[in-house]
Design a protein around this ligand. Sequence first.
Ligand SMILES: *[C@@H]1O[C@H](CO)[C@@H](O)[C@H](O)[C@H]1NC(C)=O
Ligand SMILES: *[C@@H]1O[C@H](CO)[C@@H](O)[C@H](O)[C@H]1NC(C)=O
Ligand SMILES: *[C@@H]1O[C@H](CO)[C@@H](O)[C@H](O)[C@H]1NC(C)=O
Length: 397
Amino acid sequence: MGLKEAMLLSFATCFLIFNKGVEGTRTTLSEVVQSPNESAMKTITTEAGQVFDCVDIYKQPALDHPSLKNHKIQMKPTSIPKRLETEKSSAKFTSNYSQIGMKSIGCPQGTVPILRYQQNVLKKATIRSRSRSQGSRINVPHSPGYHLTMMAKTKPQENAKYHGSKTYIAVYTPPMLPDQFTEGAMWINNGPPDQLNSIQVGWTVNPTLYGDNRTHLFGYWTADGYKQTGCFDIRCPGFVQISAATSLGLILEPTSHGRVQYEGLFHVFQDSKTGDWWLAILPHDLFVGYWPKYLFTSLASHANQIAWGGEVYSPRDKPAPPMGSGQFNMKDTEVTCYARAIEIIDESYQHRDLRFIEIITDGFSYNHCYAVGYTGFVRYVGYSVLFGGPGGSDCFN
Ligand SMILES: *[C@@H]1O[C@H](CO)[C@@H](O)[C@H](O)[C@H]1NC(C)=O
Ligand SMILES: *[C@@H]1O[C@H](CO)[C@@H](O)[C@H](O)[C@H]1NC(C)=O
Ligand SMILES: *[C@@H]1O[C@H](CO)[C@@H](O)[C@H](O)[C@H]1NC(C)=O
């Protein structure tokens, strides 16, 4: 498609972060995962081969978090942000995009699916290292390495107040080597780097975390700049699952190939009454669950920056992994990974497209390995961010 607008992009900044070592590892998990868990009312193996225990919603691991001792589970948001009539201008569906299929896991009512991890995988994945650098996060243990994000984000502004974002992200399965990972994601942030509050959602291929090379729905949170709090999915207490049908960690399929792009809808919004941060995904804006306000400090009231893009990690002895589709072509969105029809939720809890919002990118293409670009408004597609690249063996020199 001829995207004139797409060529008016500004290239974004990227952060390359060298992690010199593991500083401060910690294990958060043990109580979260038992396999099998006695309190499972039913165990389900999905077609993709994942094993979920259906656990009583009131006995889910999230409630082990000290701040959630007397937490009353919210079965649904008290209010759902009103959508502006942006459909006409930006978020209109075209038949050119396919939605990722999401079959219900099928836990009984009153229970939530808890992914059963392989113990050996689990052990590795619970150890995280702390990084000195802003915005970085390593989930791979004992392997200091290269960490890179390529993102477009709202311009920092003193009084910026956001309550969420919604976007369609194209979903891919780039090949990973052991201990690497790649992500296509949305970030909801607040706070200075060393106390960063962040919620991240999207898709990832992360063999260390999941023990396979497949694409998974993931969520991540931290309330202290990746130091002591937070984790992926529900690997530490925090995210409260509500849905009996779906779960963080779920394998997403099919994924994009060739010019056939599958996309998922990722929608994170803050409940205006409770302050909790909800995650909804396709199909039908299904509520997966929420990160209670009590997990956070600055994010408890609002976010001050939102970003969209990709992220990769690799140990130093391996070539840099692919990001997105493994290609970047600003003029050919059908082969490039994107976040499109982006909306933010403003301080009055209204969905808005990016018309009046200044978006900055992390500058430029990185060593011909990765790039990110903001397209502005594109007809039928909306306000979009393109990101990705092949990686390679001379990226990080
Ligand atoms: C099963 O999981 C629940 C919720 O995570 C936990 O409270 C309980 O202790 C676990 N049961 C066993 C037998 O491990
Ligand atoms: C959708 O696909 C059709 C045919 O494949 C093409 O002609 C059209 O330009 C595409 N529309 C968009 C918005 O990409
Ligand atoms: C993932 O793919 C890589 C490269 O083919 C392979 O070396 C690795 O063993 C695979 N990992 C898993 C967990 O299957």
